[in-house]
Design a protein around this ligand. Sequence first.
Ligand SMILES: [Zn+2]
Length: 111
Amino acid sequence: MSNCNWVCFDCRYSKRQNKMRENTPKCVFCKMELYNIGYKVAIPKKTDLQGWKNIKKLSFERDIKHLERKAIEDVREKHEIEKEIVRIEKLKDNKENRQLIKKLKKQICIN
Ligand SMILES: [Zn+2]
């Protein structure tokens, strides 16, 4: 049911395999790790060069959008943590708060 399509864009090889399996499946031809394109994308025929070009483009665009969204979320989260640090710094200067600030700063990689 949760089988995904894994592909090698270069060899135009595809395989269906459950996403939850531990190892990333490899291409039988070039031995590179296959790319998970999900379960909704239809796999073009091996001879359909344009079709393969299209799914490659779509997949990469999808990945870029995903990364962009994640980057925005990361910035937002970092900002929330910075605000929290400022808030705690205004509180009582005790060991507990100092440790908490240290922990939060570590989370956003400032020392
Ligand atoms: Zn391959």
